[in-house]
Design a protein around this ligand. Structure first.
Ligand SMILES: Cc1cc2nc3c(=O)[nH]c(=O)nc-3n(C[C@H](O)[C@H](O)[C@H](O)COP(=O)(O)OP(=O)(O)OC[C@H]3O[C@@H](n4cnc5c(N)ncnc54)[C@H](O)[C@@H]3O)c2cc1C
Length: 384
């Protein structure tokens, strides 16, 4: 943590996973932070979701000294099976396909899965304990002194973004995404799956003890129907979709469908305000990039806040710098997830040879596998 005589002040709107981490990152950089969310702590933790984290998030958590505190709720996976169900072909990614730094820094894990409630409980506890953080949860919010920086981490509907008059590029997919937690028989420890099916991608993310989070993309109407099925009927449908060797035993929560869209704010800052996380962008859940991309916003904010604290950057320059630094990663990640969905969510005879070639090259050529896994786990701007 950096200590300065006159700490800069930041006001963070939104204590979801992005805003909570942004507040801790700014406090770590020596800033005094006020974090506000209209929801109470219990409501912030209550979502039944699980996130896939990659090495870019792992590096940020380690830099902020949060890795050990979160270790108990991060379930590592060491193998990722990517499978094209239309072509009946696939590729296995493992620790050998990680670059040296990722292999060493992450103990051979390809990625980690964490339940929302466990993650938020740790982050909110850290925020409550941090002397530089003023945590304001609930409707009443005493206006703080004018801050040097305002961070809008208030989600995809971002009232802050709207108040600043920042428009969006918005492309809704015809697919929705259904999430559910299930108990599976035959799930090997440390094994994750990404299946490309004609109706959309389908991920099986291990939560430990034979449990898994499913991220099931399909046409919106089908997701709605799946959401309304009884537990036995849902498990029946699921049995027809799972990879060979996996069988559903029990449904652990209520499946929830949500619309998926590609969303990008036309600018990332205005005046003293920066947009971080889903207030600025949203992508298709394929490849589990969403929250990692949000946390790379936080990583950029942390680096710039450190520069302000050490006098190497004027605070009024931070918002513009932040915008300039984030565009390449955002554009490349949004485009690559979009390309994956377009390429693999169909049976188009024109695209099948291209998919077959891509999978063949990936299966046969280790440097290409390393590059692809690098993009998935470090982001497109730092795959090596
Ligand atoms: C139904 C659903 C299920 C999902 N399931 C998964 C999943 O299983 N796995 C996965 O990886 N991703 C999932 N996602 C996506 C994931 O939730 C997002 O990537 C993640 O929540 C983004 O975090 P964030 O902090 O940027 O935004 P959010 O989590 O949306 O947080 C925004 C915060 O801002 C607060 N806020 C709103 N208005 C104001 C205001 N005026 N002032 C201050 N604060 C305000 C909100 O209360 C909220 O706490 C799901 C999304 C949805 C909608």
């Amino acid at each position: 943590m950096v200590a300065t005589a006159f700490p800069r002040r930041a006001l963070v709107h939104g204590a979801g996973p992005t805003g909570a981490l942004a507040a801790l990152a700014l406090a770590d950089a020596g800033w005094a932070v006020c974090l506000h969310d209209p929801l109470q702590a219990g409501e912030l933790c209550a979502r039944s979701r699980a996130y896939a984290f990659n090495h870019s998030s792992r590096r940020l958590l380690q830099r902020l000294g949060l890795w050990d505190a979160l270790a108990g709720c991060l379930v590592p996976f060491t193998a990722l099976q990517l499978s094209d169900r239309v072509l009946a072909a696939g590729v296995a990614f493992g620790a050998a396909d990680l670059n040296g730094a990722s292999r060493r820094g992450g103990g051979g894990a390809v990625g980690w899965i964490a339940r929302h409630a466990a993650l938020m409980t740790v982050l909110l506890q850290r925020l409550a304990d941090h002397p530089a953080v003023n945590l304001q949860l609930g409707a009443a919010f005493p206006s703080p002194e004018p801050p040097d920086l305002v961070v809008a981490a208030d989600g995809p509907a971002s009232p802050q973004r709207q108040a600043l008059g920042i428009d969006l590029w918005h492309h809704p997919y015809r697919q929705s995404c259904l999430t559910a937690q299930v108990e599976l028989r035959g799930l090997a420890a440390g094994q994750a799956w990404e299946l490309f099916r004609a109706e959309g991608p389908f991920a099986v993310l291990p939560l430990g003890s034979g449990q898994a989070q499913l991220v099931w993309s399909a046409p919106t109407e089908r997701c709605r129907q799946l959401e309304q099925l009884s537990a036995p009927a849902f498990l029946d449908r699921l049995a027809g979709v799972l990879p060979a060797g996996l069988e559903p035993d029990a449904l652990l929560d209520q499946p929830r469908a949500f619309p998926v869209a590609l969303l990008q704010a036309r600018r990332l800052s205005r005046g003293r305000t920066v947009l971080v996380g889903e207030s600025a962008h949203r992508c298709h859940p394929v490849g589990g990039q969403g929250l990692n991309l949000c946390w790379r916003d936080v990583a950029a904010l942390h680096r710039l806040a450190l520069r302000v604290s050490s006098g190497r950057l004027r605070p009024e320059q931070l918002p513009r710098r932040y915008g300039l630094q984030r565009w390449p990663d955002l554009i490349l990640t949004l485009l690559s997830t979009d390309l994956l969905v377009r390429l693999f969510s169909n049976r188009s005879p024109l695209l099948l040879p291209l998919r077959r070639l891509a999978l063949l090259l990936l299966a046969r050529w280790a440097p290409l596998r390393r590059l692809c896994l690098g993009v998935m786990t470090e982001g497109p701007c730092r795959p090596w």
